[in-house]
Design a protein around this ligand. Structure first.
Ligand SMILES: Nc1ncnc2c1ncn2[C@@H]1O[C@H](COP(=O)(O)OP(=O)(O)O)[C@@H](O)[C@H]1O
Ligand SMILES: [Mg+2]
Length: 264
């Protein structure tokens, strides 16, 4: 299994009539097996564009103008990363599923290209759904996305990521749309995957409590550039850039608000 995935000098623009807007500027980072790199930054700083651009999966309106990806130090085509090498978990799981397919069909689309069919495929799919804690996998496999809660869909998306058996996972704001209880469960689940399977994770978030909980390393994005990097302790102990301090201030404001409520 691959041990490292390096993104080098990723550059993305939004072409506009009045001139191209730099959305991502010379962004470089490395994912390592068994570690979590948090990519943090305010809304609009270019985090999602980075996640999509590194897989050559940008939406209309954005264009990659530079960058390469090395897996175990060997340059690879970006468009071939998705699925086998990099699995993705998105903020809004509902948009990631085909509304007219059951979970079983979604699972089969992932495992059949790897040659697993019929009962063999169903066994793999059931195991993956079990691993993410979907209580009754046999029953869940016959559900359509509309029959499932956001938290269940987020787990199902992680199950599909597991089925792909990719060594790296990109999780773009995986807990932002979930209630607090589901957030905690998804974070526990991700942590378990890193420990048990040794996958390397790029965790995108604007929430420093998620960073504190899960990250080993942190890269801070501001207006399309990485402006600060550090180990997780270092970021909390001595943030250097104003963008980092702003994220920490939001985190501390929320935290002290909670403790005031608790003491009242
Ligand atoms: N499809 C698109 N077309 C044009 N501009 C876009 C598109 N998607 C995002 N952008 C712009 O790219 C910048 C970065 O967006 P994004 O990567 O989504 O930020 P983040 O994920 O950090 O909130 C923003 O200025 C946004 O307006
Ligand atoms: Mg985003």
């Amino acid at each position: 299994m691959a041990r490292s995935l390096a993104v080098e000098d990723l550059a993305i623009v939004a072409p506009r009539r009045e001139g191209a807007l730099d959305v991502v500027h010379d962004v470089s980072f490395t994912l390592t097996a068994g570690r979590v790199l948090a990519l943090v930054g305010a809304s609009g700083s270019g985090k999602s564009a980075t996640c999509l651009g590194m897989q050559d999966a940008l939406p209309p309106g954005l264009r990659r103008t530079g960058g390469r990806v090395l897996v175990d130090r060997r340059a690879v085509p970006l468009a071939g990363l998705r699925g086998r090498t990099v699995a993705t978990v998105l903020q809004n799981p509902r948009t990631a599923f085909n509304p007219i397919l059951t979970m079983r069909r979604h699972g089969r689309e992932v495992v059949e290209p790897a040659g697993r069919k019929g009962a063999d495929a169903d066994t793999a799919i059931t195991e993956a759904f079990h691993e993410v804690g979907l209580a009754d996998p046999a029953q869940v496999l016959d559900l359509y996305p509309f029959q499932m809660s956001g938290g269940m869909l987020q787990r199902a998306m992680i199950a599909l990521a597991l089925l792909a058996d990719a060594p790296f996972l990109i999780a773009d704001e995986p807990t932002t749309d979930l209630d607090l209880l589901s957030q905690g469960r998804i974070l526990d689940l991700l942590e378990g995957l890193v420990v048990r399977r040794g996958i390397g994770v790029l965790l995108v978030t604007h929430d420093m409590s998620v960073v504190a909980r899960l990250a080993d390393d942190v890269a801070v994005m501001h207006r399309g550039r990485i402006v600060e990097r550090n180990g997780v302790e270092g970021v909390f102990a001595s943030a250097r850039h104003a963008a980092t301090r702003a994220l920490l201030a939001a985190h501390h404001a929320l935290y002290s608000g909670e403790s005031m409520e608790a003491s009242s």
